[in-house]
Write a protein that binds this ligand. Structure first.
Ligand code: SF4
Length: 439
């Protein structure tokens, strides 16, 4: 995990990774912008002003009562024609998979194959979605009925609106609350259900050159807040004070959470009776599927020099001199297998559609995106049979302490062991005889 620094956010400063993503999908004239304005009660201008200049969706963070902090995404010009239009269509369809909620905005005057394609895509991706028939004020009763009948037959919930007149907006808002409540997969608490009233948790946060000046990084802030919310106590130390801090406590801590980069040192300093985990492993639990990440990590033992590996970072942070994704992980992997891998670093929200060239995917913590987004990547990897793990699990394994670091997650450890046994039957002995000395 890289250090994107954030102060304790106020409600209006909720980081994007903790907001729900609501995508507006539809033809340019379907009234997406007026719908977003009617829903939020403000002019939020999410539609790109300059048509034809970008393939990127336009994002706008705002408050949407009673749902809370959201990011609206407008896939501008999704049905444009020509080469750029085609590119933008693909780009927009690729965004569908990681929406917490997709609003398929249709015109009451009639459906086209374009809306039908979108509906097929949300159903295939299992994206929570609502079909919105907009501009009901401007359509004949016959065309409105035909559109309504076809959309209802598609199985999606259907709401009729006239954003211009403000009609149907409350009904749409209620339906959004219902669908989000029943179908989206929000982040789980970072600490899971491991913290109980009165307990003490030790958090280990190295202050190195990568640490932001005067601030803590988001997972550390989240952990402290969750511990306080649970009416527990929290001791925050640097890695050199862990043993001292534990020795000073009259009751041992319930567990220790450390930055991944100090995991080996911390494991050595913490008595075996006290479980240890890492912020990155807890991030994988909270934002992704830790069991799948542990299963995927088994492949790290069977890589060979020259194998193609994809490293994914979902934000374009400025790389540190000894960046985890670009420097440390490749170096540790090369040390382990005795030669360099063919590593490709993919940055941002894009994810290649064809994953089959890669022997394994190493994904960062994804702190700036939603769980739905991370799970869409996990699904794609599973569907294509490509192992996927995350930085936290990979680092703990490469440091030789994965068993200890997964003590709070026995189901993940079991998945790793089972996958390892299967791979050993297929590939023979693991590469590298000793993985405990990676630096
Ligand atoms: S999105 Fe990934 S690379 Fe960027 S700060 Fe978060 S964990 Fe690090």
């Amino acid at each position: 995990m890289s250090t994107v620094a954030l102060n304790m956010p106020s409600r209006l400063e909720t980081p994007k990774g903790l907001r729900l993503y609501i995508g507006l999908f539809g033809r340019r004239n379907a009234g997406k912008s007026s719908l977003a304005n009617a829903l939020t009660g403000q002019h939020i201008s999410i539609v790109s002003d300059v048509a034809g200049t970008t393939t990127d969706p336009v994002e706008k963070a705002c408050e949407l009562a009673p749902i809370g902090p959201v990011v609206f995404i407008d896939t501008a010009g999704i049905d444009d024609t020509g080469a750029l239009g085609e590119l933008r269509t693909q780009r927009s369809l690729s965004v569908l998979g990681w929406m917490d909620l997709a609003l398929i905005v249709c015109e009451a005057a009639g459906l086209t194959d374009f809306e039908r394609t979108l509906i097929a895509a949300v159903r295939k991706n299992r994206t929570p979605a609502i079909a919105v028939i907009n501009k009901t004020d401007a359509a004949s009763p016959e065309s409105l009925k035909a559109v309504r009948d076809e959309l209802c037959a598609s199985g999606l919930p259907v709401v009729e609106t006239s954003a211009l007149r403000g009609e149907g907006i409350e009904a749409l808002r209620s339906e959004m609350v219902r669908v989000i409540g029943s179908q989206t997969q929000p982040d789980r608490p970072l600490m899971g259900d491991n913290v109980h009233p009165g307990e003490t948790i030790v958090l280990v946060t190295p202050i190195d050159t990568g640490a932001p000046k005067g601030r803590m990084i988001l997972p550390q802030v989240q952990a402290i807040r969750e511990i306080l919310d649970a009416d527990a106590k929290c001791v925050v130390v640097r890695e050199n004070r862990v043993a001292e801090a534990i020795a000073e406590l009259r009751t041992p801590p319930a567990f220790v959470v450390t930055d991944s980069q100090a995991v080996r040192q911390v494991v050595q300093a913490v008595p075996e009776s006290i479980p240890v985990t890492t912020f990155s492993i807890q991030m994988a639990y909270s934002k992704s599927d830790l069991v799948e990440m542990a299963r995927g990590a088994a492949m790290l033992d069977f890589l060979k020099p020259g194998d193609k590996v994809m490293i994914c970072e979902t934000c374009s942070h400025h790389p540190q001199p000894d960046d985890i994704g670009r420097k440390k992980l490749p170096r540790w992997l090369a040390q382990k297998i005795g030669g360099a891998l063919d590593i490709e670093v993919v940055v941002g929200k894009d994810f290649p559609s064809d994953l089959t060239p890669y022997k394994i995917i190493l994904q960062c913590g994804g702190c700036v995106v939603t769980r739905q987004h991370m799970l869409s990547r996990v699904r794609a990897a599973i569907e294509q049979g490509v192992p996927m793990t995350n930085y936290g699990v990979a680092i703990s394994h490469l440091q030789g302490v994965l068993t200890r670091a997964l003590e709070l997650h026995p189901e993940a450890k079991k998945a790793f062991d089972e996958a390892h046994a299967v791979l050993q039957k297929r590939f023979g002995a693991p590469s590298g005889s000793d993985n405990a000395g990676a630096r």
